[in-house]
Design a protein around this ligand. Structure first.
Ligand code: IFM
Length: 471
């Protein structure tokens, strides 16, 4: 491979990503109150091993060392999320200064090390009080979110240029309210659709609130996890199954965000559940706000086929069981795409990332794209010398970065890549059993050990040139 083929554009962001509940710990410190994930993880049987984010990887106290480590690795950007209930404990009213101060300290540390902060306002941790008042299926939650966005914008707008409103609203809506495998653990199909709409509205209202509070240089976007859906065969029924899943996984967000509409096929597929009258006049205009970038999170493609009435088929869509999140598209089978799998059981297939980038370059011409998450879990362990060698993760990153480079070479405007995740952390319903980190965390001692993949990624980041994985 020659350098010319694998050199990324100058200014390309080389980052890693995390989320507040997955790393911070300090769950009851400095005025923070429970979020839906605190409640969910403390409910017996919801999270593997009864794990919680109470301590997580104690980033709240160790952030300065963690930033130092990022700088040593050569990262130029860091994507983190703000814990809503740390800065606005009840989801209403003024900001709590101690909560804000934590993020100020973190951001100042990043800036001092030349690392661009990329702030996500919401990565799934709704203040419990807002869930008690109805949660995302309830319209007022979107209004509350815009108020929270304004508070954070006012407090941190001078320090942060890259802003994302929501992370993976699909998971919040469909895993949280239909499948029940994520907080708040409800299994009410129509609640998921209402939640999806109110998350879209929350994004639109928050984007407007941010534009009014943060300096004009700020870049605003949203991080989605569009499914890269493929039909098992060319059969019309399978192609239609892929269309149904695409509508529910991706277009339920991208069509209102980018085009100001909910697609007719989505409305038809879900008509037996709702007439969508919760979409009020003016909502779609509020949702369709100018974006400075679209964040894409990608891990694996989705392979589907149609199920005839009464027919059974494989149903593991990789989201950990529970009720079906695919409300209105229940007659779809999910197949394991061929290829190697990660410890999550997710197939490694970088062509899905390439296809996704090409799709959004076509669907949203002129809109810069960021890979805001991509990575893999493996069963990493330190060896006798205390080193963590993770060749599978390096190969995964290499393959996906090559796919990003290929898309850029084809003219797709990709501005950066954030590896998921900076360090091992609380992997939601899987607790601490899945390690996505480039940095290994020994949980009892909280010792951080950069894995071999982190060192490799750092070399790529420093040179802006894709390196061959170590042999
Ligand atoms: O850990 C999660 C993250 O919080 C959101 N995107 C997917 C990751 C891996 O499952």
């Amino acid at each position: 491979m020659t350098d010319a083929k694998v050199t990324f554009p100058s200014g390309f962001l080389w980052g890693a990503a995390t989320a507040a509940y997955q790393i911070e710990g300090a769950a009851a410190k400095d005025g923070r109150t429970p979020s839906i994930w605190d409640t969910f993880s403390h409910t017996p049987g919801k999270v593997l091993g009864g794990d919680t984010g109470d301590t997580a990887v104690d980033h709240y106290h160790r952030f300065a060392d963690d930033v130092k480590l990022m700088a040593e690795l050569g990262l130029t950007a860091y994507r983190f999320s703000v814990s809503w209930s740390r800065v606005q404990p009840t989801g209403r009213g003024p900001a709590v200064q101690r909560g804000i101060d934590f993020y100020k300290r973190l951001i100042d540390e990043l800036l001092a090390h030349g690392i661009a902060p990329s702030l996500t306002l919401y990565h799934w941790d709704l203040p419990q009080e807002l869930e008690d008042a109805g949660g995302w299926p309830h319209r007022d939650t979107a209004v509350r979110f815009a108020e929270y966005a304004a508070l954070v914008g006012e407090a941190l707008g001078d320090r942060v240029e890259l802003w994302s409103t929501l992370n993976e609203p699909w998971c919040s809506a469909f895993l949280g309210y239909a499948a029940g495998v994520h907080a708040p653990g409800r299994t009410v199909p129509v609640a998921a659709l209402r939640a999806a709409h109110h998350l879209n509205l929350a994004h639109g209202l928050a984007a407007q609130a941010l534009r009014a509070t943060v300096p004009a240089r700020a870049q605003l976007g949203i991080c989605l996890n569009p499914a890269q859906v493929r039909p098992l065969t060319d059969d019309a029924a399978d192609v239609d199954a892929a269309r149904r899943i695409d509508a529910l996984a991706t277009r339920v967000f991208t069509s209102p965000l980018l085009f100001g509409r909910y697609d007719e096929d989505l409305l038809a597929d879900t008509a037996k559940l709702t007439d969508w009258s919760f979409v009020r006049e003016g909502d779609l205009a509020n949702i369709r706000q100018p974006l400075d970038f679209l964040g894409l999170n990608y891990y694996t493609p989705t392979l589907v086929s149609a199920l005839a009435d009464g027919e059974e088929g494989p149903r593991d869509d990789g989201h950990g069981g529970g009720a079906s999140p695919w409300v209105g598209a229940e007659r779809v089978a999910f197949h394991q795409p061929p290829g190697e799998r990660t410890a999550m059981g997710w197939t490694v297939d970088p062509t899905g990332l390439y296809d996704l980038l090409k799709r959004f370059a076509a669907d949203a011409p002129g809109l810069p794209l960021l890979i805001t998450e991509n990575g893999a879990a493996y069963d990493d362990k330190p060896d006798a010398d205390g080193q963590v060698n993770d060749p599978e993760r390096t190969a995964y990153l290499h393959g996906h970065l090559a796919a990003v480079h290929r898309a850029i070479a084809d003219g797709v405007d990709v501005r950066g890549y954030f590896l998921w995740s900076l360090m091992d952390n609380f992997e939601w319903a899987y607790g601490y059993s899945k390690r996505f980190g480039a940095v290994y965390v020994d949980y009892p001692s909280q010792t951080r050990i950069p894995k071999q993949s982190a060192r490799w990624y750092g070399r790529v980041a420093r040179g802006g040139v894709l390196q061959e994985p170590p042999r």
